[in-house]
Design a protein around this ligand. Structure first.
Ligand SMILES: Cc1cc2nc3c(=O)[nH]c(=O)nc-3n(C[C@H](O)[C@H](O)[C@H](O)COP(=O)(O)OP(=O)(O)OC[C@H]3O[C@@H](n4cnc5c(N)ncnc54)[C@H](O)[C@@H]3O)c2cc1C
Length: 374
């Protein structure tokens, strides 16, 4: 009998697996693939971590704790997991986005520099921002190497005694009073508690319990562009988030000479079958969106190098789901990370550990409760 079984060992599940194993819990992680991999929401090498979060007050303490945990993790492995590039939030001077970032930095005493478009263009010569825009620079945030982070948690979880059942589909999931039974292809697993963190596959897992959550897996794309290393290398160019006229883009400096990477955060194609994604280039906007963004914000023309597809698992309000499953006091769900969850995966792993061990967490997860959809 395991103390905790985790179905879905990607960004959130793998972190939870590590923190639980570190607490000497007998933990088993089950995944349909072999994480990290390119079939979920975590591939493409990099994810931004920002601290001044306009999306809601509860996120900031979580972002700050997540950052501490990333630093701790970084120290435990040989590879670089976090690049301290800083992140520049770009928006219209009067926009809610800029106001919220500034407000959130003030409330939480975060280090934030506000810059005019000219000041941005002077400091980072690769930008050519239009006059009506401004930048809010967070020097302490930066870029996480997403697949390396998951691999690091995997290695440490294994060393701490976690068991892995990878490339396994859940055939059956049954609940008794205070335990769950999970049937895999060749074995049956019993655990006192269950965490379901299966990203875009969460509803597929929940089908076994006759439950469904309001999740919309959405096809997203991102692209690398060849860039002048003199201007765009990560040692001299920041990550950025750009929110103008209802369109939101994000991007990364050239890390390890891979070129500049960028993608569009809003829009995307809702998936009927979340496991079946049309390849990059299938839709005209796959390339058109990023090319127009490159032309708009960069000084130098850049040529497109490569594009990939990935999935956001969106909730109706764009906020996460972290909660006990109704009518199942020993099952927790962590899903619906709506395209902005990776930065928090370290702290979500910690929160899931606190919830499964003690039934509570010091973080405010009220905005992430399922009751908000009632
Ligand atoms: C293009 C793109 C850019 C992004 N940029 C950022 C960013 O800059 N900053 C940021 O913070 N976030 C970003 N995100 C969002 C972030 O990556 C996700 O929110 C996060 O990875 C979600 O984690 P997860 O654990 O829910 O999903 P995943 O990491 O996908 O993990 C889910 C796991 O469940 C497994 N699984 C699925 N179905 C089953 C099943 N039936 N049985 C067993 N296992 C199953 C999968 O194989 C997978 O390993 C981005 C996402 C994308 C796609």
């Amino acid at each position: 009998m395991y103390d905790v079984a985790i179905v879905g060992a990607g960004s959130m599940g793998m972190a939870a697996g590590f923190y639980l194993a570190k607490e000497n819990e007998r933990v088993v992680l089950i995944d349909a693939f072999d994480p990290p991999h390119s079939e979920g929401s975590h591939h493409g090498e990099t994810r931004l971590i920002r601290h001044a979060y306009g999306e809601g007050e509860s996120y900031v303490p979580m972002a700050l704790r997540a950052q501490e945990l990333w630093h701790e993790l970084d120290k435990q492995v040989d590879e670089t997991l976090f690049e301290p590039t800083g992140v520049l939030n770009i928006g219209d001077k009067q926009s809610d986005f800029v106001k919220n970032v500034i407000e959130s930095a003030k409330t939480h005493g975060l280090n934030l520099e506000t810059l005019t478009a000219d000041e941005v263009n002077e400091r980072w010569e690769g930008f050519q921002l239009e006059d009506h825009l401004m930048g809010c620079f967070e020097p302490e945030s930066g870029v996480l190497m997403s697949e390396r982070c998951i691999q690091a948690y995997r290695d440490l979880a294994f060393d701490a005694g976690a068991q892995f059942k990878f490339n396994e589909q859940v055939q059956k999931l049954e609940t008794q009073d205070d335990e769950v039974t999970i049937t895999l292809s060749n074995e049956t697993i019993q655990a006192k508690k269950l965490i379901i963190s299966a990203g875009k596959g969460t509803n597929q897992v929940l089908t076994h319990l006759n439950e469904q959550l309001p999740l919309n897996p959405t096809r997203k794309t991102f692209s690398w562009f060849q860039a002048d290393e003199e201007l765009y290398h990560s040692s001299r160019f920041p990550g950025w988030a750009y929110d103008v006229d209802g369109q939101t883009f994000y991007g990364f400096p050239s890390i390890e000479k891979q070129g500049v990477k960028l993608g569009r955060h809003d829009s995307g194609h809702v998936l009927k079958d979340p496991m079946n994604l049309a390849p990059f280039g299938h839709y005209e906007d796959d390339l058109a969106d990023v090319t127009s963004q490159v032309e708009r914000i960069f000084k130098e023309p850049m040529s497109h190098d490569e594009g990939k597809v990935c999935t956001y698992t969106n909730t109706p309000d764009g906020h996460f789901i972290i909660d006990e499953l109704p009518n199942h006091s020993n099952i927790y769900v962590a899903c619906g990370f709506s395209g902005h969850g990776f930065k928090f995966s370290s702290v979500v792993g910690e929160i899931l550990t606190q919830l499964t061990l003690h039934g509570r967490t010091p973080f405010n997860i009220e905005p992430f409760r399922l009751s908000r959809f009632n």
